[in-house]
Ligand binder design. Sequence first.
Ligand code: SF4
Ligand code: SF4
Length: 161
Amino acid sequence: MKYLERGYAELDELPPFPSEERLKKKPVAYIECPQPIPCSPCYEACPANAIKMENINDPPVVNYEKCTGCMNCIRVCPGLAIFMLRLREDGKGEVTLQYELLPWLKKGDKVELLNRKGEVVGIGIVNWVLPPERNDQTSLVRVEMDTKLIYEVRAVRKVKE
Ligand code: SF4
Ligand code: SF4
């Protein structure tokens, strides 16, 4: 569990990514939750039975072919550990992520794209936001970026105007 000492996970500690073909079909949930902890809201929220978890302590495993992209899991994850990834036909990529900071982001905002270490790796544009509707949900933002960045961007920060 080197990621606990390091403070972030390396790719070899995370699940394999969905194939490019799958990422081009529609958004798919990618879960970065390698630590065995007693937590299962993602598993319980999935209507497609796409998340496997034999035991409540098991890290969740997504069946990318079963995932419909409904976003139920990302809305209820207390660990901010789920990301919806997509490769668009126009050559752009999108990452949808949980966002719990103020000021609240809005469509069209420019954001700095941060990797797992918190380093800035580019600039993206917010193209969709969804505020929470219940107390157990977090707000979501979707950010457009260069395709290669969907594999590493895991947080965003509003660009100061
Ligand atoms: S996005 Fe929907 S279908 Fe896919 S894993 Fe999450 S809850 Fe299941
Ligand atoms: S809800 Fe989030 S933190 Fe809990 S097991 Fe699922 S991915 Fe991990």
